[in-house]
Design a protein around this ligand. Structure first.
Ligand code: GDP
Length: 529
């Protein structure tokens, strides 16, 4: 029991969110470097060809040179056992990217100092807010010309609606980037000759009150600027309050450069110090504590066809309590079956490693013969269900039909199975039946995946006509009379397979209009179970 508690308390499970190119991969590589989990930078996500030798599970992946999969990395650092969940971006942005956040206990937000908050960060941030998990900000690329520091913080506060608390403060940017001021220790850490891809270079630390030395160290102008900014900052910024951080109301901010290794380890240390151990999870019988003896987990992602020859699927689950042991029997609650989880594995960058044990906070992938759905619960305890995973708003829609009308059955089977894995969402016209299927996806790549898979796995050719809608809203009001909703010319009424009503809009302006025209209507960007 004591061992269980010890194992769980050293775990930290977090996701890294950012807009593509902000430096998420580079930062992750540096984290791993400190932990000694991998040899050297470059193995996390070989952007070019490296990873395809291992995972060539889909032609699309190869053709486009991108990874459809997202990975989980585990490493040890300073007595902690760290699980990093990667949130894929670019074209491979999908609903899985959002779901990954359901398995994390906190998030690291990487922002490009020359750009500020960007679109994908904004989207992922919304999910963190919904979950009220702590968010830690790393403002990256300080070795390039950056936007004004106060302006960057202002941008985060205004764009994301979260208060910021700088942990350190940058001294210059671009060629003039000399280091950071540590607000807690009240000293300046200036860097010299850092080596790329290795640990921090040498640094000198002096108290900020020591003006004479400060001026010698960073130059008179930089010292004056810094002293002025620090005075302003101490008067203006939010007080640090760990409680507010853990509730997700306040984000600690660090500045640095992942590429040249300025401030990465300081950030990691502060982050690990402030972030949370595995959090309890809500279930229908109340909160489940991680240290509870019985094993429990929920499925947050299903990945099909990792091995094309076998058409197998891998179900990724987050362990929420107890210890997982490869030989134990668990109950799949939704399927009402007791089973052994076969081939439990940890996806470690490009490699998969068979696991014998894992603890609350860890993520494991298990072989799925096609029985699991997103949100399912597995446990050794008396059956209960974890709170389900919401459905996230797709942003691209198309009307889909099979070319050969004789293949209706395979078509529907394929569509339903792929939807069950959570790769696509399927809808139908309001009150029209299933003649036409409307497909919604979070990232456009999923359209290609759908077409490819229907052709290759189900032998069905499809036609897809893109629809102009970009916004979907679930209707929260129970007993709504859909016929009475006053819409706009670009609004469309649809329903999901369970018959729940939804609205599609071409632009966000119409969402506001429809809310105005229908008093009491409550719309949501998340579809609850
Ligand atoms: P991701 O898409 O967020 O994973 O971004 P990457 O880590 O792949 O970085 C995108 C590009 O920015 C790469 O060319 C990196 O070398 C570069 N980069 C990352 N961090 C820094 C940094 O701190 N400074 C500079 N100058 N470039 C960086």
């Amino acid at each position: 029991m004591a061992d269980l508690r010890k194992e769980i308390e050293k775990r930290r499970t977090f996701a890294i969110i950012s807009h593509p190119d902000a430096g998420k991969t580079t930062l992750t590589e540096k984290f791993l470097l400190y932990g000694g989990a991998i040899n050297l930078a470059g193995s996390v996500k070989g952007k070019a060809t490296a990873r395809h030798a291992v995972s060539d599970w889909m032609q699309i992946e190869k053709d486009r040179g991108i990874s459809v999969t997202s990975s989980v990395l585990q490493f040890e650092y300073d007595g902690y056992c760290i699980n990093i969940l990667d949130t894929p971006g670019h074209q491979d942005f999908s609903e899985d990217t959002y779901r990954t956040l359901m398995a994390a206990d906190s998030a690291v937000m990487v922002i490009d100092a020359s750009k500020g908050v960007e679109a994908q960060t904004r989207k992922l941030f919304k999910v963190c807010v919904m979950r009220k998990i702590p968010i830690f900000t790393f403002i990256n690329k300080m070795d390039r010309e950056a936007r004004d520091t106060f302006e960057l913080l202002d941008d985060i506060e205004k764009e994301l609606g979260i208060a910021t608390c700088p942990i350190n403060w940058p001294i210059g940017s671009g060629k003039g980037f000399q280091g950071v001021y540590d607000r807690e220790k009240k000293c300046v850490i200036a860097y010299f000759d850092t080596e790329k891809g290795t640990k921090e270079g040498t640094s000198t630390e002096i108290p900020i009150q020591d003006e004479e030395h400060l001026k010698e160290l960073i130059g008179e102008d930089a010292a004056d600027k810094l002293l002025g900014e620090v005075e302003l900052l101490d008067g203006a910024s939010a007080e640090f309050d760990l409680d507010e951080v853990q509730k997700g109301n306040l984000t600690p901010v660090c500045f640095g450069s992942a590429l040249t290794n300025f401030g990465v380890e300081i950030f990691l240390k502060h982050f690990l110090n402030m972030t949370t151990t595995p959090l309890p999870r809500k279930a229908d019988i109340g909160m489940i504590n991680p240290t509870e003896h019985e094993f429990s987990a929920f499925v947050f992602k299903i990945q099909a066809n990792m091995n094309k020859a076998h058409r197998d699927r891998i179900a990724f689950m987050r362990i929420c309590s107890g210890k997982f042991d490869a030989n134990m029997e668990v109950r799949h609650v939704q399927g009402n079956k007791v089973m052994r989880l076969s081939q439990p594995q940890q996806i470690m960058a490009d490699e998969r490693k068979i696991l014998n044990e894992a603890y609350a906070g860890d993520i494991i992938g298990v072989f799925d013969p096609g029985i699991f759905s997103i949100g399912d619960t597995l446990t050794t305890a008396k059956p209960f269900k974890f709170e389900g995973i919401p459905t996230f708003a797709p942003e691209h829609f198309a009307r889909v039909r099979q070319v050969d009308t004789m293949k209706r059955k395979q078509f529907m089977k394929g569509m339903q199975q792929i939807a069950q894995e959570g790769a696509i969402q399927i809808f139908q016209e309001y009150n029209m039946g299933m003649e036409e299927v409307i497909v919604g996806v979070v990232g456009v790549l999923q359209f290609d995946v759908l077409k490819y898979r229907l052709e290759n796995e189900y032998n069905v050719e499809i036609r897809m006509d893109n629809l102009p809608y970009e916004h979907i809203r679930w209707i929260e009001n129970e007993d709504i009379n859909m016929d009475k909703i006053v819409g706009t010319s670009d609004m469309k009424k649809i329903q999901d397979l369970k018959g729940r009503p939804l609205l599609l809009f071409v632009n966000s302006w119409s969402v506001g209009m429809v809310l105005e025209r229908n008093e009491g209507l409550v719309l949501s960007e998340f579809g609850r179970e």
